[in-house]
Each structure stands twice: as C-alpha cells, then as structure tokens.
Design a binder for this molecule. Structure first.
Ligand code: HEM
Ligand SMILES: *[C@@H]1O[C@H](CO)[C@@H](O)[C@H](O)[C@H]1NC(C)=O
Ligand SMILES: *[C@@H]1O[C@H](CO)[C@@H](O)[C@H](O)[C@H]1NC(C)=O
Length: 502
C-alpha cells in the first residue's frame, strides 16, 4: 500500500512538478484539519484558529491573562481556544464556575497532563496527578497535615516561632531599605518544611537560599515560550536546546534535594514515632508493601513532598509580599490595622488565631490583599473527565478548563471599588463579612488543599509584622503595583523600609 502510494506520488511529481505537489499537500492538510474541527458540534465560540498551532499566536505568553482578556471581551462567558492539539475553554462568572466545580464537580476533577509535567512528574504527586493516584495522595496528605497540627495548637506555635525569627531578621535592617522577597519566602517555606521535612532552615543557610532561588526560577521558566513550545511539540523539542532544558535541570535538582532528605529520614526512621510528613509516608508505604497497584511508592513520596513544598512556599509568600506592599502604599489603612492590634493585644503580646475574632478590620485587610493580589488569575487548569454539557455548550472529554478568577475578584457588580484597595469590601457595620465572589483558593473537590494552613500563616505572619513595624516606601524609590508573571502574579522586585514601632 505504502509502496503503491510512493510510486503514485513519484508519478504525480513527474507530471505536476514538485512545487504544485507541495502546494497540494499543504491544501490537503488544511482541509483535513478543517474536517477534524467541524466534527465538534455545539462547542463554545472563540476566535478563528490557525491549523496545527491553533490560537498559539493570539497569546502573548509574558502576559497570558491580559491577552486572553481581549479575547474574552469579544466572545462571552465561555470561550474556546485551541492550542495545538489542546482544546481549552475559559469560563467566566460565579454561576458557571460553581456549576462546573461544585454541582458537576466529578466531571471537572482532573488536571490536564501537559508534556512538561509528564516529563518532570510522570503523572505522580498531588497537584498534577489524576484518578486513583490523586485520590490516594490527596486523602493521605489531608489527614497527615491535620495530624501535624493543622487546626491544632502545635502549628500555631510553629508559625509564631517563625514569625519571631522573621521579625528579628527584618529588625536587623534598622529601618533601611531592603528587598523583603527572600526573607519572607524563607520564613513561609519553613512552615511547610517543618511539617514535611521536620526542620526549618536558617535565613543564612546558603544551600536553602539556593533551593528557594531554584524554585523561584523554575516557576518563572515555566511560563516561557520554550515551555509552551515543548508542550506543543515535545518529541521535537526534546532534542533542541532552549530554556525548557534549563527548566528540566532545575526540577531535577529540586528532586535530588527532596530525595536526599528522604534518604536521611530512612536512616533514622522510627515507625513508632512519626516526626513529619515523610515519616508518616514511609509508614504508609510499609503498610502497602508488595501491593503493586497502590500509589504509595517512592516516586509518589518524592513528588507529593515536592508538591507540598512548591504549593506551600510560593503562593503564601507572594500574598504576604503583596500585603506589605499595600501597607506601604496605603499608610492610613496600615495605621488602622495597627490601632486594632494595639487595642486587642498591645504592642508586645503574642498574636494568636483566637485574636482574629476580635480583629475584623485586620481580617478584612488580609482578604482584600488576596482579592487585589489575585495571584492565580486563571486558577490551576482542570480537565473534563467525560463528555459534559455546561452553560448549554458541549465540552468534549479531555478538554482543558480555565476559570477567570480575575473576573470574579474585579466584578463591578460585586465590589464597590473593584480596582481600588478597599478593606470595606469585607466589612459590614464594623463586622467581618464573607463574600461569595471571593475564591482565591478555588472551590470543589479539587480546591486548594492548603487553604487552612495558608490562612493561618497569612494572619499570623502579616499581623505579627505590622504589630512590630511600620512599612514605608524608601525615599529613593517609587513603589508600584506592577506584577511579574510567573506561575503566580507577584510584585516586581522592590525595596521597603520596616521602621520599628517603639
Ligand atoms: C495564599 C496561598 C494560596 C493560594 C492563593 C492557593 C491557591 C490554590 C489554587 C487556586 C489551587 C487550585 C485549586 C483548583 O484547581 O480548584 C490550589 C491547589 C493546591 N494547593 Fe494551594 N494555595 C495557597 C496555599 C497553599 C499552601 C500553603 C499549600 C500547602 C499545603 C497548598 C497546597 C495546594 C495543593 C497540594 C494543591 C493541589 C490540590 C489538588 O490538585 O488536589 N496551597 N491552591
Ligand atoms: C492494593 O492497592 C489498591 C489501590 O490502592 C487497593 O485498591 C487494593 O485493595 C490493595 N490490595 C490489597 C491486597 O491491599
Ligand atoms: C476576566 O474578567 C475580567 C473582568 O470581567 C475581564 O475584564 C477579562 O476580560 C477576563 N479575563 C480573561 C482572561 O478572560
């Protein structure tokens, strides 16, 4: 058959000339691609797509969420985008998001497995896994986080302790301009480190600083054009040099670090007394030993631990950095927070979660920081598990789903001053008011696993810092709310002054 086609092609080439033949081949491929698209009925509307690469060139990857925004304005609450072989639907508005993630949660519970993640994580771990692996790893992680202090006193003590170290380190700056990025990153990371690895790392620890930098760079590289190209053409890109290769080597280093910590744990492991997440996991592996279908294997231990480290470091510390930046930019709001702290606790008494009940203004400020910071603007992608109908449109199995959290957090119908920092959004008659259109941690079965931990950290760290310091812009620098697009939206590099309050 192939031979017959080969000789037919040769005969045609002689008859028509190679250029005509090439044109014919291209026309045929366009036509086949068109037929393939036409088969999908009642699919949400979207911009016209190019064959093979889809809407790839409609998007500016450095500001992905902004270029998508232009598209969304034109096509409505559910829009379709095609990228190579990936169909993507962008959902806007609380009713549709709730319908998808809560009422039809089961159909939207998966994550799309991109070639990048497949290469790095091999479908393991917590964040990018699916099916049985995800179910087992998530259940275990939730239970274990609970056992190591989530919602219990010991976690609060860990954070109070760390806040103390952070205050000391910031105090050493003597009110002079400094870049708070890596100190805050280190302090926040120490909480998840103490839960997973059983230890915290000193702010002077060069090796750990190196690791945090590695993580930061990996997050940033992830959004490079190279990585998008790898996702579209993995088999070709594997052989080409580029930033995707740098990313792989950074991930490898992060994995080696975690693997080394695990080896150390194995050496002095005592099954009777689990010190941390890794110890508890080793025990779980023992329980499932010999069961080849169980997901409690070394590979998942490394991936799940790394996932907790990644998710538990970057997000919370970025939010905290936005918080201090907003305080420096809105001195009168910072003063009100300090007045509330002084009224409830004074300037020296230790902060605790119990105090939050008496601090509605501070609580509202932290929520407003999350609303405006909006650090995961398009949520973490989901994937449709079976053919599904949503908002009257057909979504085929395997379709990728993004949700527009920016739309929710900046909806003029929900917020009095959507584009201005204003804690009154979360206050009513001086009391804290919950808002439905506030979903920084997303919703449903696959929502943020660390929400409670993050909220505890945000309250204790933020309040302890503002209790001890007044954050101010340096005389020489104009602070801005410009952001850097990485896996999260984070403030651009900046310096602050932390002026001691007493
Ligand atoms: C301010 C801080 C944080 C924000 C804004 C945040 C936000 C999110 C969001 C939007 C998702 C996607 C949920 C979805 O698909 O519906 C997510 C997932 C996740 N988060 Fe967080 N997160 C934060 C802190 C943390 C912390 C401290 C941890 C540490 C335990 C954590 C662990 C995770 C994990 C493991 C997932 C994946 C869950 C899954 O796929 O089942 N997060 N987070
Ligand atoms: C082996 O693991 C699978 C998946 O976790 C589980 O469904 C099954 O019950 C286990 N088998 C035994 C014998 O424990
Ligand atoms: C998200 O919603 C905002 C506010 O409605 C809108 O301006 C924007 O077009 C949407 N962004 C994306 C990425 O679709």
């Amino acid at each position: 058959m192939l031979e017959a086609m080969g000789s037919l092609a040769a005969a045609l080439a002689t008859a028509l000339g190679p250029r005509t033949l090439l044109l014919g081949a291209v026309a045929f491929l366009f036509f086949a691609d068109f037929l393939k698209r036409r088969r999908q009925k009642n699919y949400p509307p979207g911009p016209p797509r190019l064959p093979f690469v889809g809407n790839f060139f409609h998007l500016d990857f450095k500001q992905l969420h902004l270029s998508l925004q232009r598209v969304a304005k034109k096509y409505g609450n559910m829009i379709r985008l095609e990228m190579g072989q990936y169909s993507t639907v962008l959902i806007t508005g609380l009713p549709l998001i709730k319908e998808a993630f809560v009422h039809q949660g089961q159909n939207f519970v998966n994550r799309p497995v991109m070639p990048i993640h497949e290469r790095v994580f091999n479908k393991n771990g917590l964040i990018m896994s699916n099916g049985q692996i995800w179910k087992e790893q998530r259940r275990f992680a939730l239970t274990t986080l609970k056992n190591f202090g989530l919602g219990r006193k010991s976690l609060e003590e860990r954070i109070q302790n760390e806040a103390h170290f952070l205050i000391q380190a910031i105090g050493e700056e003597n009110g002079q301009p400094f870049d708070p990025h890596f100190k805050i990153n280190n302090a926040v990371s120490n909480i998840i480190c103490s839960i997973t690895f059983g230890e915290r790392f000193d702010y002077q620890d060069d090796q750990f600083q190196e690791l945090l930098r590695l993580l930061d760079e990996a997050m940033c590289l992830q959004t490079s054009v190279w990585c998008h190209l790898y996702n579209l053409f993995p088999r070709i890109m594997t052989y080409l040099p580029g930033q995707h290769q740098t990313l792989f080597s950074k991930w490898e280093k992060l994995k080696v670090f975690v693997a080394r910590v695990i080896e150390n744990h194995k050496r002095d492991w005592n099954p009777a007394e689990a010190r941390d997440f890794i110890d508890a996991y080793l025990k779980e592996m023992e329980k499932h030993k010999g069961n080849a279908t169980s997901s409690f294997q070394e590979e998942n231990l490394i991936s799940s631990t790394l996932d907790l480290f990644i998710a538990g470091t970057e997000t919370t510390s970025t939010t905290l950095r936005w918080g201090l930046l907003y305080m420096a930019l809105y001195p009168e709001i910072q003063e009100k927070v300090q007045a509330e702290i002084d009224r409830v606790l004074g300037q020296s008494q230790q902060l605790s979660m119990a105090a939050r009940e008496c601090m509605p203004y501070t609580n509202a400020v932290i929520h407003e920081v999350q609303r405006m910071g909006n650090i995961v603007p398009l949520n973490v992608p989901r994937e449709v598990t079976v053919d599904t109908t949503l908002g009257g449109y057909h979504l085929p199995k395997g379709c990728m789903v993004l949700t527009n959290l920016t739309a929710l957090h900046r909806d003029p119908a929900e917020w009095a001053t959507p584009d201005t920092f204003n804690p009154e959004h979360f206050l009513e008659d001086g009391q804290f008011k919950k808002r439905e259109a506030f979903l920084p941690f997303s919703v449903g079965k696959r929502n943020c696993l660390g929400e409670q931990l993050a909220r505890t950290e945000l309250f204790l760290f933020f309040t302890s810092l503002v209790q001890k310091f007044t954050f101010r812009p340096p005389n020489s620098e104009k602070l801005s709310l410009n952001f850097r697009m990485s896996l999260t939206l984070s403030p651009v590099s900046h310096c602050l002054c932390a002026v001691p309050r007493t």
